[in-house]
Design a protein around this ligand. Structure first.
Ligand code: NAG
Ligand code: NAG
Ligand code: NAG
Ligand code: NAG
Ligand code: NAG
Ligand code: NAG
Ligand code: NAG
Length: 455
């Protein structure tokens, strides 16, 4: 066959051809059944024309496929430094500030771990808007690094998505009446330490107690885990070409999210994983191969699913966003030695309260991102926490994940999750300096055990 990329190519061509039952390879290239061994002249001409058409079709499909394939190999190509800078600059936040002038979608594959529920497109800048958005992008990042970014500075696209989510009643969120938005950093740390306790489903409440979950959950609790230095590694596209791998691996514990791989990305993201936070789609959707993928072996796992703000666990058990409960039971029985927990919805919604209590705007009435949950988890378990690319560095582009090619500024600044406000809160807690933020996307946080508060 006419292919360099053997598997993909032949699969694609054959699939496409087979979709039209009257036009399959076998039918065209082999003499149709019933023909004599000496076909007539007319038949030969028809056959030749037909064959030629098929060859052309295959050639076109091949070219299209080759083109797509070439694009998808880009992350492994290592361009020169100026090239990187240029490409990064042009893409940085173009979509954050533009929003309207979208042309072609750059994403070639569907969103795999769709934390944001909607599919969105990336927007290619034209030459004039490139300059416009470059200027804007560095401004927006600078504002975020210094804690001065407001929702009004985002693109119309992002503002609109946020606004449409504000009316969502899905999780039955009730906004708090009192807010204390001007807490100092010390007050904020102390408040978080006293109010945001990590909690997992332990089988003592209905409906889980009736189901015998007190016997199903691991004996050792998450709160029993203690570490000195921890790293929280975001799945952001800006992890690419960061060369942070060695620094990340030097921590005592490393937290990663969902299906974020290390194999093939070691230089940038490291190779050590201690804990993985996954959403309920990972355990329930077949494509993630939760029961067999090595990504989920040899680590502590925490799975979450939102439930409603009222914390009715019976309702949650009957109707989770994605069915995590049977997958949890199955894996606990199959791999009893693996520490595996279900995050309690109370932990999740307390984090939402925390963000809202400390924010002047109304935040989206949706659960916080896994990233934010991971940061708070590690602040509870560790003495020092380094967070990578939660607040984006100058490497930032609209690329959502380092391991996938989909592009959308909403992945950084939030649409479904109240990401912008999470980031502003983490910025307020940062003990590191702005230079580290710029160059590494690194935030340093104190773990709660290192926070002394008068009570
Ligand atoms: C977007 O497109 C409109 C016309 O379609 C144009 O007037 C406007 O300047 C463009 N905006 C940017 C930021 O390029
Ligand atoms: C491009 O942006 C720079 C600032 O970064 C500005 O000085 C320059 O005038 C802009 N050029 C155009 C053609 O708008
Ligand atoms: C906001 O920006 C100003 C300078 O423009 C800076 O002094 C200040 O620290 C920034 N941060 C906050 C939270 O105001
Ligand atoms: C949200 O609801 C309010 C009234 O409850 C309505 O005025 C507003 O237009 C709605 N906004 C959107 C974006 O649907
Ligand atoms: C991670 O990389 C280090 C070298 O940087 C190597 O010594 C170690 O064996 C690797 N660990 C795993 C689990 O691959
Ligand atoms: C919780 O939800 C269940 C099922 O939807 C309902 O029957 C029950 O009354 C709810 N409990 C409370 C306390 O609201
Ligand atoms: C948020 O504020 C309310 C008071 O309005 C308070 O009861 C609650 O404990 C606070 N929650 C967090 C997590 O700060």
């Amino acid at each position: 066959m006419l292919c360099f990329h053997k598997n993909k190519c032949s699969q694609l061509n054959v699939q496409k051809l087979h979709r039209n039952p009257d036009f399959t390879l076998t039918r065209v290239l082999l003499p149709p059944q019933g023909l004599t061994s000496e076909p007539s002249y007319l038949n030969m001409t028809v056959l030749r024309t037909y064959t030629l058409a098929v060859v052309w079709l295959i050639l076109i499909l091949f070219l299209v496929n080759h083109f797509l394939d070439h694009k998808s190999t880009l992350p492994h190509h290592t361009p020169s430094a100026p090239e990187v800078r240029l490409r990064t600059k042009t893409r940085i936040l173009t979509s954050v500030v533009q929003g309207r002038n979208r042309t072609s979608p750059r994403s070639l594959r569907p969103v795999q771990v769709a934390e944001e529920k909607q599919k969105r497109n990336d927007h290619r800048p034209n030459d004039r808007s490139k300059n416009f958005s470059q200027t804007w992008s560095s401004k927006v990042l600078e504002k975020l690094w210094t804690g001065n970014l407001t929702v009004g500075m985002l693109s119309p696209h992002l503002k609109n998505i946020r606004r449409s989510y504000l009316n969502s009643t899905k999780h039955e969120v009730v906004y708090p009446v009192l807010r204390t938005v001007h807490r100092s950093k010390v007050q904020l740390y102390c408040d978080m330490k006293s109010r945001t306790k990590v909690r997992t489903v332990d089988g003592t409440e209905e409906p889980f107690s009736s189901l015998g979950w007190d016997q199903l959950v691991p004996l050792q609790t998450v709160q029993d885990l203690h570490y000195q230095k921890c790293a929280v590694v975001m799945s952001a596209g800006s992890m690419l070409r960061s060369a942070l791998g060695r620094e990340i691996d030097s921590h005592d514990a490393v937290l990663r999210f969902n299906a974020a791989p290390t194999v093939g990305f070691e230089t940038d993201v490291g190779n050590k994983t201690t804990i993985r936070i996954i959403n309920s789609q990972i355990v329930s959707k077949r494509k993630h191969q939760f029961s067999s993928s090595p990504l989920y072996e040899g680590v502590t796992l925490l799975v979450w699913d939102p439930a409603s703000y009222s914390l009715n666990l019976t309702k949650w058990f009957q109707k989770p966003d994605f069915n995590l409960f049977s997958a949890y039971e199955r894996r606990r029985i199959q791999r009893p030695e693996q520490p595996f927990y279900v995050l309690h919805p109370q932990f999740i919604w307390t984090l939402w309260d925390l963000i809202q209590n400390n924010t002047e705007d109304q935040i989206q009435p949706n659960p916080p991102s896994s990233g934010f949950m991971g940061i708070l988890l590690m602040m509870s378990l560790c003495r020092d926490v380094s967070v990578y690319e939660f607040l984006p560095s100058t490497r930032h582009t609209s690329r959502c994940h380092y391991y996938e090619r989909n592009f959308d500024s909403a992945c950084t600044f939030g649409a479904y999750h109240p990401l912008l406000y999470e980031k502003l809160l983490v910025q307020r807690l940062n003990e590191g300096n702005v230079d580290e933020l710029r160059t590494k996307g690194k935030v340093r946080l104190r773990g709660f055990s290192a926070v002394q508060c008068e009570t």
